[in-house]
Ligand binder design. Structure first.
Ligand code: 5GP
Length: 172
């Protein structure tokens, strides 16, 4: 693939921010058993590092949705894989790689809220506020970025670049 990745957020900065987010999440839910739901596939590295930075009792599950093809949104959200466990009376934290238009998170919040969790919060590593089409509450945001297509640390372009330990902008 003949494209250039220009570093935007270093691996060191990502790890430092994740440790701060983990502390914020535990501070807001001091005694709760927290049930994290990672949104595949983009959140895998964020999920793994965030959970290893958490103190207290945590459990994890994954859900998969698809809303993108290439670098353009289709605006359509499809469920590819549901969670394995029920959410009744659990304190749920949804873990997303990036909130862009907000359509995916809005869909997920409606879907998961209907399953009766005791609380439902969201942690997104990245946010592009200027791209929002729908307002969605995001409780924990790692970094706000400008309207650039980014890859790395779980984020892909046609399944490439997910493995990069840093986040960079892609020029095709
Ligand atoms: P939204 O529904 O908020 O528009 O988009 C959410 C999903 O779009 C993310 O989970 C991610 O998969 C994808 N996405 C949005 N912006 C980017 C980006 O800059 N780079 C990559 N690789 N994916 C993105």
């Amino acid at each position: 693939m003949s494209a250039t990745v220009t570093p935007l957020i270093s691996a060191t900065d990502i790890q430092a921010r994740i440790h701060a987010l983990a502390a914020d999440i535990r501070r807001d839910n001091p005694d709760a058993d927290l049930h994290f739901i990672g949104v595949l596939k983009g959140s895998v590295f964020f999920m793994a590092d965030l959970l290893r930075a958490m103190s207290g009792t945590v459990t994890m599950d994954f859900i998969a949705v698809s809303s993108y093809s290439g670098t353009k949104t289709t605006g359509e959200v499809r469920m590819l894989k549901d969670v394995d466990r029920g959410l009744q009376d659990r304190h749920v934290i949804v873990v997303e790689d990036i909130v862009d238009t907000g359509l995916t998170l809005h869909y997920l919040q409606d879907l998961l809220r209907a399953r009766g969790p005791k609380s439902l919060r969201c942690a997104c590593l990245l946010s592009k506020p200027s791209r929002r089409k729908i307002e969605v509450p995001v409780d924990y945001i790692g970094f706000e970025i400008e309207d650039r297509f980014v890859v790395g640390y779980g984020l892909d372009f046609d399944e490439h670049y997910r493995h990069l330990p840093f986040i960079g902008t892609l020029t095709v």
